[in-house]
Design a protein around this ligand. Sequence first.
Ligand SMILES: NC(=O)c1ccc[n+]([C@@H]2O[C@H](COP(=O)([O-])OP(=O)(O)OC[C@H]3O[C@@H](n4cnc5c(N)ncnc54)[C@H](OP(=O)(O)O)[C@@H]3O)[C@@H](O)[C@H]2O)c1
Length: 330
Amino acid sequence: MEANHPHLLVIGATGQLGSAILQRATLEKLTTTAFVRSQSRLNLPEMGNVTAHIGDLSDFGSVDKACSQGITHVVATASSIVPRKGEAFGVDDLLYYRNIIRACQTHGIQHLIYISAFPSPFDEQIPEFVIKRQVEQMIIESGIPYTIFRGAAFMDIYYAVMGSSAVMKGIPQPTLLRGYWLSRLWSSLTNGILEKYGVALVPGNGQTRQSFICIEDVANCMVRAINQPATINKLIDLGGPQALSWREVADIYGEKLDKKVTKLPLPIWLLKLLEFIMRKHSPAGANMMSILALLGQYEFTPDMTELSGLLDMEFTDTRSFISRKLAEGE
Ligand SMILES: NC(=O)c1ccc[n+]([C@@H]2O[C@H](COP(=O)([O-])OP(=O)(O)OC[C@H]3O[C@@H](n4cnc5c(N)ncnc54)[C@H](OP(=O)(O)O)[C@@H]3O)[C@@H](O)[C@H]2O)c1
């Protein structure tokens, strides 16, 4: 039985997805605490019933204290998979989630909602996915009622990777810009090439389809899972409403920009070679290359009809998302 008046703890609140969750929780008028590191910048939504708790996931005491303050639900998106300058890739995630789980157990948290990555037969080849599966396992074995969403590629992130600047406009701290050297270098070289020059980077031959989902919809699903008994103790595949190839996404940009868009393939062999080269000195960079290689050759296209009905929400399609972002960017 879940609380009538949930009090959310959002862990990862300064990230791109975490910020969207705070916005959604505010719209739903939920009492919310944002778990924030002392040196981080938190953008509190206007009019929201949101307060900040300063802590660090590597410090159990601070997580424990956050959970002790009447929290009923924990929504966790934090990770060090796109590490900040000076931080290591992924190594601390298991410690972070061990601390979160221990604090949830101590304080009888009613529901832990976690964002994981989409499943594939190649999980073992993607460092991030190896970590995500371990975290999932820890959560499942913890005995805490959980919902784990296994997310497809986010439009907001991967359309930026293709070269779109519009998807990052107005975002306080876009993941790609706050991250480590490669994500910032990639962004500085490619940001806006789609809108300015009509050039789209496409992994592989660009024909592999993905059910891209926008971050706002991911946030909406995670918040709507609260007080939704049918989502308890479930691993839920999460994608957008349609399966599109990278080339089709580029064509939609072309249509909206009224421009011919040239698709520049990023061959799988090149992505794999870069992954190999970076493996030793930049695990985060190698991870990014391995994910792009996977997204360029493996299709993840779950059917969202049931979840859409269960959570009573309509997922945003790529055409509407791009139209909105281009209009906002003007
Ligand atoms: N991109 C995709 O297509 C995709 C698809 C499926 C799933 N996902 C998953 O979605 C999740 C969230 O993405 P995002 O874009 O919001 O990530 P993000 O922008 O990189 O945010 C990471 C968050 O974790 C926090 N964090 C890291 N270490 C911490 C610590 N020691 N203590 C407290 N907080 C800490 C960061 O806080 P600071 O501000 O202090 O650094 C930040 O708020 C990730 O786990 C990602 O794997 C992404």
